[in-house]
Design a protein around this ligand. Sequence first.
Ligand code: FRU
Length: 483
Amino acid sequence: MTLLEKANEYQEKYRADKSERPEFHVAPPVGWMNDPNGFSFYKGKIHLFYQYHPYSTEWGPMHWGHCVSEDFVKWEELPVALAPDRPYDAAGCFSGSAIEDGDRHVLVYTGVMDSDEGDGSAIQQQCLAVGDGLRYEKVEENPVVPWERLPPGFSKEDFRDPKMWREGDTYYLVAGNRNERQQGQVALFESDNLREWRYVSVLADNQGKYGTMWECPDFFPMGDKHVLIVSPMNMQADGSEFHNGNQSIALIGEYDRQRHHLREEQVVALDPGTDFYAAQTMQAPDGRRIMIGWMHSWDMDIKPAGQKWNGMMTIPRELELREGTLYQNPVRELEKYRKDPVICDNIEISGACRVPGVKGRVLDVLLEIREGDFEKFSVQFAKDSAHFVQFCYDRAAQEIRYDRTYSGVDRDVVCQRSMRIKKAEKTLKLRLILDKFSAELFVNDGAQAFSTTFFTPLEAEDIEFLCDGTARVHIEKYRIALD
Ligand code: FRU
C-alpha cells in the first residue's frame, strides 16, 4: 500500500463525526491540521488544501489534506492529495499554493528531506504536482526549485512555502527564506514553463524588525498598492500592534517592478487574535481577493482530551484596501446561510442583560453600540453557570479586551489580549461569528479582526450583555445552518 492509500484508508476509518467538528469552518476529518495550502479556483470550484497529519492530533510527517467548495462556506472533503512518499519530500510535503493552468491544477509545495550532513538538519526545495482536482502526480523534474538556485548565503534549511501566480506568459513564485544574518526574507523566482525557475530578487526582508524566519509569503496587487503577507516566527511585542511569537503581518507599499522589490509604506498585524497564522489568499473569478488563515497557534495548542481532530481554518475573508486600511470581512456568501433572525433595534442595556432568542454557538451576530452613559460594555458568550468567553469594550481607552480565562481551558496559555480600536467612531460596530469552538470578531466594518478558539462545553450557549451604565444598542442575530 502506498503512503497516500494508507492515509486515505486511515482518514475514512477514523473520521470524527461531523457533529464533533465546527459547522462551517474547515477542520480535518481526523488528526492534525495546520496551514492552508493551495487555496485556488479550478474548473469552477474553490479548492483548499492544508497541512495534514491524519494519524495523530499532533504535527507529524506532513501530507496535504483536500476539500472543495462552491461558495467558500460549505465544504466537501476529498481524498488526501499528497503524501511524503519521494526521497525529496520524505520528511514532509510542507506548505505551498496552486494555480489553474489550462486544463490542469498545478500545486507547488516544499519538499523536505534530511540532509546527509548527519546533524539533523533538513533541506527544503520547491516541488510540483499536477492534477485534475482529485488526483495529483508529482512531476519527474522535482525538485523544480532546488536549493542550488539560491544565491550564496541564502538558507537551504529555511526555504519554503512557495506562493505562485501567473502574469501574462510568466509564472512567478515567492518563497520564505533566511539570510546570513538569520533574518527573514522573501525570495522571488520566475519561470516560463513551471519546470525551470530562475532566481530574481529579494522581494522584501525583515530589516531586523519583524521576527526571524518569514513563513508563508503571499504577494498580490490591491488597488494601486501591493500587499505582501508573511508569517514571521519569533516576533517581539511592539506597542499594541504586534504580540510576542508567531503572527501574520501585511506589508503594504509600492512594487518597484524594475528592481522587483516592495517599497513598504506600512506594516500591520493582520489579526492579533490568540489564534491566527499562515494566512493565504486567492482571487475569486469576480475579482475579490479572499484570505483564509489557520485559526490556531503554534505556542498554544489547546484542545479537549479525547477530541479526534485538532486545528481549523478561519472563515474565508474578503480583503479590501481603502484609504490605507486593509479591511477584512467574512465572505458575503455566509449571509445565504443565515436563519431565524432576531433583530432588536435601538434597545437599552444596563447592568447584566439577556435578550430573548439571542443564544447559540453557531451564529452571526451584529452588534452596534451606539450611545449612552457608560464606560464598559461586554458581551459574554459560550456561557453557562461555570463558563464564558468575553469581549469587553472600554470606551475611554478605545480598546477591546478579550478574555477566555473561564472557557474551561486547563493549560497556562494566553487567555487575555487587548486590541486598540484604530478607527474610533461614536458608534462601535461589531460582527461576531461563532462556530462552536471559535469566535471571529470584525470591528467597524472589518477595519480590524480578531480570531480565537475555546473549548467550552457545547451546551454552554448563553449570551449575556453587561454594561456599567446605560447603552443604546442594535442587535441582530442569525443562526448559521448549512442545510
Ligand atoms: C507554518 C509552517 C510552514 C511550513 C509548515 C509545516 O505554520 O511552519 O512554514 O511549511 O508550517 O507544516
